[in-house]
Write a protein that binds this ligand. Structure first.
Ligand code: PNW
Length: 471
């Protein structure tokens, strides 16, 4: 177990923590908020563990001032949060709900008063239900509705916000939402998922244009959960080809248009039996390709893939679920295999080397692109000690080793400007409900009381020193 290597970070390195609206706010029916796809999904029996919903969550909507206090006490330089589109525009288009907007306006002011930079994400998965009823992300129109919402937010919160992030993890929105159905809206339609990929890329580009039309100097960003996928057998051409295919779906389907202005040709070829991609119109890739000031990188673990022989039972880590679909659209001949442990409570393997590998790949492929780690952290089965403390050495060890891995990449030329621990608070972990705890701060779901875990105290020290402690 490690608490740090003593490594120092560059001057001005931005230390933060992150949350997302549906995961912490609660107050699902208050303040004029409209329903989102996550309200519908979590209220559908069988979709989330224990039937958990975000109705109350951390009750952050009412306790935001207390939470700002924790942010300030941690000494964070920045706070990454998302605004709930259905709070601001309950129907996803048309009239704006002033009360919802005022909530975020007060939050931003509260951060600034405490010297904390607001890093705002416009979309962290809570799509207004009315837009889903019109086809959701499989419908091109949703991208234009998103741009209207983005422009509106930029007008209202203007230059009080440091960084404008369009989307969080469009991989999850598209493939977990529309192909595997593990996330809202819970559809299982590969062609719809690929259309969603494209409309999310388009929404990002239109969103950046919209924000900059109001705030020409706005810092624009998108957060991707890029996958580090390794071949089971690095000497097997079949396994290497399997990795190439899932790399196209998971990574290059986003980085291609967003950072290079074009989809990779192999993605079209590999999925030609699923869709003809006719939803990609001339000029769309140029729209998606807006210069961004910072690329948000979320990193948790690595994956191992190989060619599936079509006969043996698929491995448990495959993501193929008979009850659901697979997120790996058109890649039925690829199999994911469980990487070596140790694992977190999510069942995700712990491998800080993947963090360095990913950052160095991005350094090579997009030279000069500033980056930020917008999420990294771990769920463990925390317990409360009789004295009320939460001793979570595994989380400290996880974050310390991943920060070290970020530092190694920085030493090798990766331009990483900051790090946001996921998450500030235990919260609604999507389909896993409240069962999986990622917080630096524990939330008691009976009393909603917040308690700093050991990792919060440890992180406070890291932030203050701009360095890891020495074991
Ligand atoms: C990210 N997967 O979600 C999200 O941005 C957070 O809201 C979330 O709480 C955090 O990571 C921890 O899960 C993911 O299945 C959810 O590969 C699922 C996957 C990846 C990221």
């Amino acid at each position: 177990m490690s608490t740090g290597t003593g490594r120092r970070f560059p001057d001005g390195f931005l230390w933060g923590s992150a949350t997302a609206s549906y995961q912490i706010e609660g107050a699902a029916k208050e303040g004029g908020r409209g329903p989102s796809i996550w309200d519908t999904f979590s209220h559908t029996p069988g979709k989330t563990l224990n039937g958990d919903t975000g109705d109350v969550a951390d009750d952050h909507y009412h306790r935001w001032q207390e939470d700002l206090g924790h942010i300030a006490d941690l000494g964070l330089g920045a706070y990454r949060f998302s605004t709930a589109w259905p709070r601001v525009q309950p129907g996803g288009s048309g009239p704006v709900n002033r009360e919802g907007l005022d909530f975020y306006s007060r939050l931003v002011d509260g951060l600034l008063e405490r010297g904390v930079k607001p890093v705002l994400t416009l979309y962290h998965w809570d799509l207004p239900q009315d837009l889903e009823d019109a086809g959701g992300w499989a419908n091109r129109d949703t991208a234009y509705r998103f741009a209207e919402y983005a422009e509106f937010m930029a007008r209202e919160l203007g230059d009080r916000v440091d960084t404008w992030t369009t989307l969080n993890e469009p991989w999850c929105s598209a493939y977990l939402g529309y192909a595997s159905g593990a996330h809202a809206p819970g559809r299982a339609d590969g062609a719809a998922a690929l259309a969603a990929v494209h409309h999310l890329n388009l929404a990002h580009g239109l969103g950046v244009q919209a924000v900059r039309s109001v705030l020409p100097s706005a810092k624009a960003s998108i957060t991707l959960n890029l996958h580090v996928i390794r071949p089971v057998d690095p000497s097997s051409p079949d396994d290497l080809d399997a990795v190439r295919r899932v790399d196209a779906l998971a990574n290059r389907a986003f980085t291609g248009p967003l950072l290079s202005g074009a989809y990779p040709a192999d993605l079209f070829d590999d999925t030609a039996h699923v869709t003809d991609w006719s939803f990609v119109r001339s000029g769309d890739e140029q729209i998606a390709h807006q210069p961004i000031d910072v690329l948000g990188v979320n990193y948790y673990s690595t994956a191992l893939a190989r060619r599936w022989d079509g006969a043996s039972p698929r491995s448990e880590d495959d993501g193929h679920d008979d009850a659901l679909g697979s997120p790996w659209v058109g890649a039925d001949d690829v199999e994911f295999v469980r990487p070596e442990g140790p694992y977190t409570a999510m069942g995700w393997n712990i491998d800080p080397s993947g963090m360095t590998e990913l950052l160095l790949r991005l350094r090579d492929e997009y030279p000069g692109q500033p980056m930020m780690i917008t999420e990294n952290g771990a769920a463990f089965a925390d317990t409360v000690s009789p004295d009320g403390a939460v001793h979570d050495p595994l989380r400290i060890d996880y974050i310390a080793r991943h920060l070290e891995a970020v530092g190694v990449a920085i030493d090798q030329g990766a331009d990483v400007r900051g790090y946001f621990a996921w998450s500030l608070l235990d919260n609604f972990e999507w389909s896993y409900g409240y069962d999986r705890r990622f917080g630096l701060i524990r939330v008691d779901y009976d009393t909603l009381q917040r308690t700093w875990k050991d990792s919060a105290h440890w992180y406070q020290g890291v932030v203050a020193q701009n360095a890891l402690p020495e074991d």
